[in-house]
Design a protein around this ligand. Structure first.
Ligand code: PLP
Length: 391
């Protein structure tokens, strides 16, 4: 230990953002497991499966035969071409490979797009409830997140009326939309989607579309912003439909006016996305049968929960059109969802996420159930909740 005076160093204000609460629930669940308690995981939004076998095979080949150096910052051309092809085969929309940027998960895409599109002091609107990291990353960058308090009547999605209200407090430079959304799984109708894009076009608001849950829908395919506009920023990922969370790979479709800024930022911030993951992900688009079988499992889990949760007293549920979440209004049971989740974990072993992660105000009266896991675990969790309520 060195002697002499010690003067405390500065800790930056911008780093003081709230934790991602679901990660804290995961930690409490892991502690319970370590001390021998059973846990039914309905907290984390992570597929219960690994990457499809074609991707694993491609990774093994790449590991054996490739030096795995850096790639160009925007991603390997084979993967950018495969992603561009996905837009024409899946959505019937033409997107040139030059507009695709491969990223380190969609999380990397948020950093790149927020830095390229917004300055400190700008205001960016987003739905509450919504994915907490949008709000927290924006805050860390000095951009003000402006919550749009959505309701079940709007399918928990932004509307022009909510944007009008946000703009009456000051100019809004961006809007983040997720359809299907986390935590509600609700989707915008095609007309509502195009109406929002038109609104943003008319008012100079940058439209950012988080399309990470595309491919996991139960009634109809979700619309891509690329079908309506060349100026929207689209963010997507291999984490959810493609079942590759730990491979840390995603992509963006960038408009021409942001392309150069995104490239320079990507070079400086990340150098390149993970090379092994990129080489393997080219095969992901040929693994549809395996991936669609995962979606069939989510559909079965969803049906099971829609039947079982009301029996356990959770009857006020958002209409989940996609993703693998059910957002439940539990105002008849608690007004402190964090304490309620701790109690549920302690008394039943079911790990669920409190709504405050997604909506700091009204989320005190909501919980999010994830049904991304295997059906046995989801069924056992639902049964534990029903037994608990019966006591
Ligand atoms: C709506 C939404 N966007 C983005 C992410 C981040 O995903 P990743 O960085 O793994 O692509 C998540 C993760 O749960 C999410 O729910």
């Amino acid at each position: 230990m060195m002697g002499g005076n010690v003067t405390a160093c500065k800790v930056a204000y911008r780093g003081k953002i709230p934790p991602f609460i679901v990660m804290e629930v995961m930690r409490a669940a892991a502690e319970r497991e370590r001390s021998g308690g059973a846990v039914y995981h309905m907290e984390v939004g992570q597929p219960g499966t690994g990457a499809p076998s074609g991707v694993v095979r491609a990774a093994q080949e790449a590991l054996a035969g490739n030096r795995l150096g850096y790639t160009v910052a925007l991603g390997i051309p084979e993967l950018r071409t495969a992603i561009a092809r996905h837009y024409s085969t899946y959505y019937g929309v033409s997107v040139p490979a030059e507009r695709i940027v491969v990223t380190t998960g969609s999380s990397g895409g948020f950093m790149l797009s927020f830095l390229a599109a917004f300055d400190a002091g700008d205001r960016v609107a987003l739905a509450a409830p919504g994915y907490p990291c949008y709000r927290n990353i924006l805050s860390a960058l000095g951009v003000e997140p402006v919550s749009l308090p959505t309701t079940a009547a709007d399918r928990f999605q932004p509307t022009p009326a909510l944007l009008d209200r946000a703009r009456s407090d000051g100019p809004v430079q961006g809007l983040i939309v997720a359809s299907p959304s986390n935590p509600t799984g609700t989707m915008l109708g095609t007309d509502q989607f195009s109406e929002l894009i038109d609104y943003c076009r008319a008012h100079g608001i940058r439209f950012i579309s988080d399309e990470i849950y595309h491919g996991i829908t139960y009634e109809r395919r979700a619309d891509t912003a690329a079908a309506f506009s060349d100026n929207a920023v689209i963010i997507n990922s291999f984490s959810k439909y493609f079942s590759m969370t730990g491979w840390r790979l995603g992509w963006m479709v960038v408009p021409d006016d942001l392309a150069r800024a995104v490239e320079s930022l990507a070079q400086n911030l990340f150098i390149s996305p993970p090379t092994l993951s990129q080489l393997a992900a080219v095969a992901a688009f040929d693994c549809r049968n395996e991936l669609d079988a995962n979606v069939a499992r989510y559909a079965a889990n969803r049906a099971l929960l829609l039947e079982e949760l009301p029996r356990a007293g959770f009857s006020d549920l958002a209409p989940a059109d996609g993703a693998f979440y059910i957002y439940a209004d539990v105002s008849h049971m608690t007004n402190d969802s964090e304490a309620f989740c701790s109690r549920i974990l302690a008394e039943t072993g079911v790990a669920v996420t409190p709504g405050v992660d997604f909506d700091p105000d009204r989320g005190k009266r909501f919980l999010r159930f994830s049904f991304a896991g295997m059906t046995d675990e989801v069924a056992a969790g639902a049964a534990a909740l029903t037994d608990w309520q019966a006591k």
